[in-house]
Design a protein around this ligand. Sequence first.
Ligand code: F7E
Length: 364
Amino acid sequence: MILYFAVVHWCVNTLEYKLRFLSVAFSGEWMKKALITGITGQDGFYLTKLLLDKGYSVHGMRQALAHDDRVHLQDMLGDISFHYGDMSDEASLQRVIADVQPDEIYNLAAQSHVGISFSMPEYTKNVNGHGVEKLLRAVYERAPKCRFYQAGTSELFGNAPAPQNENSPFTPESPYAEGKLIAHNAVLNYRKAKGLYAVNGILFNHESPKRGDDFVTQKIVKGAIALKQGRQTCLTLGNLDAQRDWGHAADYVEGMWLMLQQDTPRDYVLASGVSCSVRLFVEDVFAVLGMPIKWQGNGQEEQGIFLENGAVAVNISSAFYRPSEVHVLQGDASLAKRDLGWSAQISRQNLINEMIAAALGEHQ
Ligand code: F7E
């Protein structure tokens, strides 16, 4: 009996493979198709590069903006098909999915700034949460065989004790995390109740030279360079004590792809496992630029002082504090290591070196 089923299974699989081969041969379509929402952001850049290298046909969803938001993608524009769509417009999502018929979707679209989410809670939850419900519904109705990756976040853990892994509790501290929690649960629901291959990647902070200027790593790198070049007199930051697990985005997009290549869909944490404070990140950046600093004062009176001449390099403003803060994020990605063979390869020091080199290149 077992042998009979094994033979039937083999025949069906072989037939399916041959049919796919024939359909591919006659349509001239040899590649897997991926749709990336939020393709114009940092992760969109690295993921597009990775998928093009792997021979995918890459489709990107973008909003109808007046200015050209595709600046990171410039070298790859000829290889990407763009589709107008928006996470708050369900009809547009249905149309894009129906038109593209992707094999894989990477949902990277979001209002991704935690601090800004306190000023725009409704918009943030709509895009990051209810938008994902709309997208999942479109996938289920228009392309149910498509595999779905949801960009989840370590912000879901809030102030749960570190190190955080897939079993740690979610305790959102911001509208950003509240929205992402709606999305997380929607993915679980579509996977369990409706059989979609849908996964949540719970990713800790990941940075790169493509990082937006409002995120603290890039703000520190570009601010320190501006100080060195005399274009700015002081770098103003918020909470220096927050600790984050900072990796490099190039590593993390590989993990996203791996999550969609498994036999069984499952959620994974991706993290470097090493955490440091904003204060230490500042010290490291200034040290690489050859202008070491020391700290003096406490709380909002704390200042970073150049060792060389005693001038103020860094000061603090309450404007950059958040109404509620996530204090310590440090991830445990051992499940991803075990199942996906994934681990972060690029150290924080190399990340800093690369970000500095790229930012210096912009201001030669
Ligand atoms: O803040 C503190 C701030 O804005 C990091 C997003 O990709 O990663 C990112 O979210 C820390 C926070 O990133 C400033 O209070 C101090 O504790 O660079 P950030 P984030 O909030 O951790 C997660 C995983 C995501 O999912 C998000 O989409 O730095 N901090 N002074 C500051 N932060 C900013 N932005 N600016 C400051 O002046």
